[in-house]
Ligand binder design. Structure first.
Ligand SMILES: O=P(O)(O)OC[C@H]1O[C@H](O[C@H]2O[C@H](CO)[C@@H](O)[C@H](O)[C@H]2O)[C@H](O)[C@@H](O)[C@@H]1O
Length: 407
């Protein structure tokens, strides 16, 4: 099912830099600590490469901000979104078909759309390649692929379990969602993988039975409150630098109304959701000016947020691999990782699933996007519905068969 994923995906981060980290395929629960120091050595050795990469990353263009605007639209574009989404989720009936009021035809295998508000608008997909059906609509398919396999659940937080809100400190998840996640964790090993600081996302979720991978996977902890259950912190050497850059960014951005710098422990976020669009460029320049002095950091974009993180080869995809290995599923064919996320950093995990030819990547999005995920869900409400169905399916499939009394 998920092995035939053939979407071409572009690199989405601004910064392409990163030091190769020996031991990134960790060999066990605590392997990451030694991998971290080996990684740190490697970082020192490749400082020059990193500096070059970082200066490349500091040269991001405004076009990338435009892409960012499209990636997290503030308002829907009337007359286009619904059609695009439909086409993205379900392949249109083929050349010259009528789809609603619009006419589709193909050029070089790509599906083009005529009519609507513009004379000719390119639909985001090549029809045969980029279908991301609803994970709810295809639930039976996903369930049957998981028969005889051990599901491991990976959940992003913002935009996946909680709705996107203007104030990042108020991104609460609902009690109903919490119960759904609790139920999922009763049946399958479950990890929250977030760009947030681990403690903060743990506080939001409030379930101690889960694995938590904070700071985009750079801070991984197992269930329970035992400090020994910290499993992996590959960027610990960066802590003093991150604290310093946090202070510099707060100072630098305080003249921009609405800008907010968030310290996520091993990485930083500079939010511009509440900044007047006219000032986005200026804010981007400010952030770029700061990161120029810190070539060991790279800059990427999320949903109306700039994210600064250590230039090490560690991301949500590596965190997923590390957790699978920690759980003893490194090279198992009978495991089915399910990863649900809404943001660009989640693409690293989707790509890992594709590379493994194993697992189910689900993008949470209301609009058509370029993605390595195989399925889609529109919003956290649909995520909750999917989780509940999975629990229900698991309960039913593991219940002993009913024995009919003989009459
Ligand atoms: O990996 P995630 O858990 O999705 O974290 C990514 C970023 O999420 C948060 O920011 C986003 O959600 C906020 C609250 O809804 C919203 O205000 C902001 O615009 C979004 O970008 C979090 O605050 C960031 O630190 C994370 O990097």
């Amino acid at each position: 099912m998920t092995t035939s994923q053939d979407v071409v995906v572009s690199e989405m981060g601004i910064g392409a830099g990163g030091a190769a980290m020996p031991g990134s395929g960790a060999a066990g629960l605590f392997a990451c600590r030694s991998a971290a120091s080996a990684g740190a050595m490697s970082m020192r050795q490749t400082y020059r490469d990193l500096a070059a990469a970082a200066s490349r990353s500091a040269n991001c263009t405004w076009a990338e901000l435009e892409a960012m605007r499209a990636a997290s639209p503030t308002r829907s574009r009337p007359g286009t979104d619904v059609d695009e989404l439909t086409a993205w989720m379900v392949s249109p009936a083929h050349p010259s078909c009528l789809h609603g009021a619009r006419r589709f035809f193909t050029v070089h295998g790509c599906c083009l759309q005529a009519g609507g508000d513009s004379n000719l608008s390119l639909v985001l997909l090549c029809s045969e390649q980029r279908k991301h059906p609803s994970a709810l609509g295809k639930f039976e398919q996903i369930a049957s692929a998981s028969k005889g396999k051990k599901i491991v659940m990976f959940l992003d937080y913002d935009g996946t379990l909680s709705p996107i809100v203007a104030n990042p400190d108020a991104a609460y998840m609902s009690d109903a969602m919490r119960e759904a996640v609790r139920d999922v964790a009763k049946h399958f090993p479950t990890a929250i993988v977030s760009g947030r600081c681990r403690d903060k996302v743990h506080n939001f979720v409030g379930l101690s039975e889960l694995y938590y991978a904070g700071s985009h996977g750079m801070d991984i902890k197992g269930p329970g409150s035992n400090p020994e259950s910290v499993l992996c912190q590959p960027a610990s050497e960066f802590l003093p630098m991150i604290d310093e850059v946090y202070k510099v960014l707060v100072e630098k951005t305080k003249s921009t109304p609405g800008a907010k710098v968030e310290n996520n422990k091993f990485c930083l976020s500079v939010h511009f959701r509440c900044v007047d669009e006219k000032r986005w460029n200026f804010l981007a320049e400010q952030v770029k000016a700061v990161i120029k002095d810190y070539p060991m950091l790279k800059l990427t974009q999320g949903r109306k947020v700039f994210e600064l993180r250590p230039s090490i080869m560690w991301d949500k995809g590596k965190a997923l691999e590390f957790l699978l290995e920690s759980l003893g599923f490194a090279s198992c064919s009978d495991v089915l990782p399910v990863y649900i996320g809404d943001d660009r950093t989640d693409e690293d995990a989707f790509k890992v699933l594709r590379k493994r030819g194993q697992g189910v990547g689900i993008l949470v999005s209301k609009c058509a996007k370029e993605t390595s995920a195989s399925y889609s869900l529109q919003d956290p409400a649909e995520v909750m519905e999917f989780l509940l169905r999975l629990v229900d399916w698991k309960r039913r499939s593991s219940a002993p068969p009913m024995v009919r009394p003989r009459v």
